[in-house]
Design a protein around this ligand. Structure first.
Ligand code: NAP
Length: 340
């Protein structure tokens, strides 16, 4: 049976998963028997479209890439009505992240789960602020709420802990969760000032016009909260995670780290300490001998401390159209292969 998909937010990641589905249709079908239909797309910029028998995905992609409004199967339904009324099995929530309120994504996720549709998302808002509530709602409605892409994009972090590491007790997860700041710290080591490297990061599209979320550590704090809730299984509020960014790192600090055979990394950490789970984000001097020290540029990395394997470190991309699109694919496939 075909998996029917709704995509809400057709920007970088939304178009990324659409391209992946189109380019890999034959491979996915041959390898996993996977078949799909995108029945609904909703986006501020391009409009809302619905066809219960499947949209013309190549055309929608072409129009979005050309920054044109959708011209076919356009519906007057607003996004929440479309999510509730469409015949999708899964809704991919790919609108912008708002770590203060969750933004419209909270309502999108709720509408999908309420109408017994699974949700797959790379949006940290619903995952960091309402993971437990949504996981319980999904469970009671017999559907899934999957969030692999919210931490380290498609690099398997959540699936790693739930799949291959299942059975290991994880006492600590510690790593580089924000590619922008890791890129900035890497460049500062080469002699650039904080202000200059921020400008370059913005020019390269790593940092946004308002870089606060990255440089103050808020983005990493959202991810630490997600890891605490999903991997450590505790109910942790985002405000319980202590948070310090990289804005105060000076050239003198960089030199000090070098003299100690170390380098600065913005480290997100969640660990079991004295029977409690504690979350933090802060710059740390990491010894050059540690695997995390070798992770440079916009790459992400996480070390899981486990009872049976000791430390297991995974390194991979933390952003990107295909890289995050892949996280959506992996969750879609999981739903397809295991049923709702
Ligand atoms: N890009 C990455 O590498 C990456 C990596 C990990 C996680 N993520 C997360 O994945 C999500 C999607 O990221 P992205 O890079 O694809 O963002 P994006 O390029 O900004 O795309 C988001 C799209 O959603 C639309 N939109 C905003 N609010 C909407 C609403 N209420 N209803 C319908 N459409 C709405 C936007 O339209 P307008 O532009 O007109 O507002 C835009 O077209 C974000 O939550 C992001 O944090 C992204």
């Amino acid at each position: 049976m075909k998996q029917r998909i709704a995509i809400v937010g057709f920007g970088t990641v939304g178009q990324g998963i659409a391209e992946i589905l189109l380019n890999k249709t034959a491979y996915l079908n041959e390898k996993y028997g996977y078949d799909y239909q995108v029945v609904a797309i909703a986006d501020f910029a391009y409009g809302n479209a619905f066809n219960p028998d499947g949209l013309d995905l190549p055309l929608m992609l072409e129009e979005a890439k050309a920054k044109r409004k959708f011209s076919k199967d356009v519906t007057a339904m607003d996004t929440l009505t479309l999510i509730r009324e469409c015949n999708a099995d899964v809704m991919c929530e790919l609108t912008y992240t708002d770590l203060s309120t969750g933004g419209p994504a909270i309502d999108h996720v709720k509408a999908a789960l309420d109408s017994r549709k699974s949700v797959v998302t790379s949006n940290k808002g619903p995952a960091a602020l309402k993971y437990r509530e949504f996981a319980e709602l999904a469970e009671s409605n017999g559907v899934k709420f999957l969030i692999e892409g919210t931490v380290c994009a498609g690099t398997p972090v959540i699936n790693l802990s739930e799949g291959p590491l299942a059975g290991c007790e994880i006492s600590k997860i510690r790593g580089i969760l924000n590619g922008t700041t890791n890129y900035m710290l890497s460049e500062m080591e080469k002699g650039m000032s904080y202000d200059d490297v921020l400008k370059v990061a913005q020019e390269k599209g790593y940092a946004e016009a308002d870089p606060t979320g990255d440089v103050e550590g808020y983005d990493a704090r959202g991810k630490v909260t997600i890891l605490a809730n999903i991997v450590m299984g505790v109910k942790m509020d985002i405000n319980e995670v202590s948070c310090k960014g990289i804005t105060k790192i000076t050239p003198a600090d960089i030199e000090e780290a070098k003299s100690k055979n170390s380098r600065w990394k913005l480290i997100g950490c969640v660990e079991k300490r004295d029977g409690k789970v504690v979350g933090s984000v802060a710059p740390e001097m990491v010894s050059l001998s540690h695997p995390l020290a070798g992770v440079m540029g916009a790459t992400n990395a996480l070390t899981f401390t486990t009872d049976m394997l000791g430390d297991v470190t995974i390194v991979g991309p933390g952003a990107g159209r295909m890289e995050t699109g892949f996280s959506i694919l992996t969750d879609l496939l999981h739903i397809f292969r295991t049923g709702k």
